[in-house]
Design a binder for this molecule. Sequence first.
Ligand code: NAD
Length: 372
Amino acid sequence: MMNVGIVGVGCISGIYLKNLHEVFHELKLIGVCDLIRERAEKAQKDWSIPKVYDDMHELFADPEIDIVLNLTRPYQHYEVSKAALLAGKHVYSEKPLGADLAEGEELVALAKEKGLIIGGAPDTFLGAGIQTCRKLIEDGVIGDVIGGRCVMASHGVESWHPDPDFYYQRGGGPLYDMGPYYITMLTNIIGGVKSVYGYARTSYSTRLITAEPHVGEIIKVNTPTHIESFLTFDSGAVVSLLTSFDIYNTRQTNVEIYGTKGTLYVPDPNYFGGTINSGAKSVTFFNGETKKAVEIPLSFDYSNNSRCLGLADMAKAIEAGRAGRTTYRQTFHVLEIMASIMKSAETGAPVTLKSHFDKEAPMDPTLPTGVL
Ligand SMILES: NC(=O)c1ccc[n+]([C@@H]2O[C@H](COP(=O)([O-])OP(=O)(O)OC[C@H]3O[C@@H](n4cnc5c(N)ncnc54)[C@H](O)[C@@H]3O)[C@@H](O)[C@H]2O)c1
């Protein structure tokens, strides 16, 4: 049993709170805090949480807490994670690890110096959909991976998020916000990335909020919102990745992986499950030999929204002394890939990565749900 404290009880906290209480019984939530205290108090009431703290420093000083779950906005991750590490706590952060590469480098160096683990989201790649795709690829079903195409196209978040400003500031934008789902999925099914090329633009300088409570307010856009990129993997595979908040509609699939024996339609990596949505129980493979698409059943657990799975895995890894599946080894590689895409977009030249990534162990499908 590892004890958790949450900093930031905003939009995404609901699913973490639910799964902490209903699915992952190897974790115990001790307390929460938020700059808006009522949010922490509401969570306490809804889930009978033992403690509400006045601020994050009071939470970090609590000897009962083993791991800090950082659910603040991207540009706040560094400040919160750094203070937690300095106070001697392990950290699991929502994505991205930092709002830029320097922040990520400093956090990783600090964690190493303190003998602590920093890890983080996303954890959708540990779900049934992506784990099944990884196994199909590792079993040779699609042959050698030639490459792939990924498209994350939307018209932004100001139509639904109650506080959408941060999506258009440093550490936001479609690459830093949604890229982690796609890149983490890719590194887990194909392997580490060795170089990238990027192109970026900002199509709208302002955004009109149409969701309550800020409806009618204007956001000034301070980060690129349409980013095209090419990722070359250690294996030689080349994948194109488009992330955009500027596109009204597309008919492109989220992820296609091309192999020498056929095409694998990988489920949307923002979800845990199979082909169509979170609940679907299969993935689709177009067999080049038979020239037919076949549905392949999911062979792993966690096809519903299982956010918190990565935290549960990191906690168990710390306790058991095994390698974690969601630690900085991965989140830093993903951050460096994104930072390098942006650097390439600025310079017009490809960027070779410094960090190296080897896949962690796949999920163990024989364990009961909620046990890592
Ligand atoms: N909203 C989503 O659908 C979603 C989905 C997946 C991941 N995420 C990620 O989750 C993170 C949070 O997103 P969100 O949508 O919940 O944002 P949000 O703005 O709704 O919530 C963030 C909360 O953190 C609090 N906070 C900030 N600094 C704090 C501090 N120092 N101490 C205490 N509280 C502090 C804020 O008051 C706020 O309540 C982001 O990294 C985002 O990328 C969000």
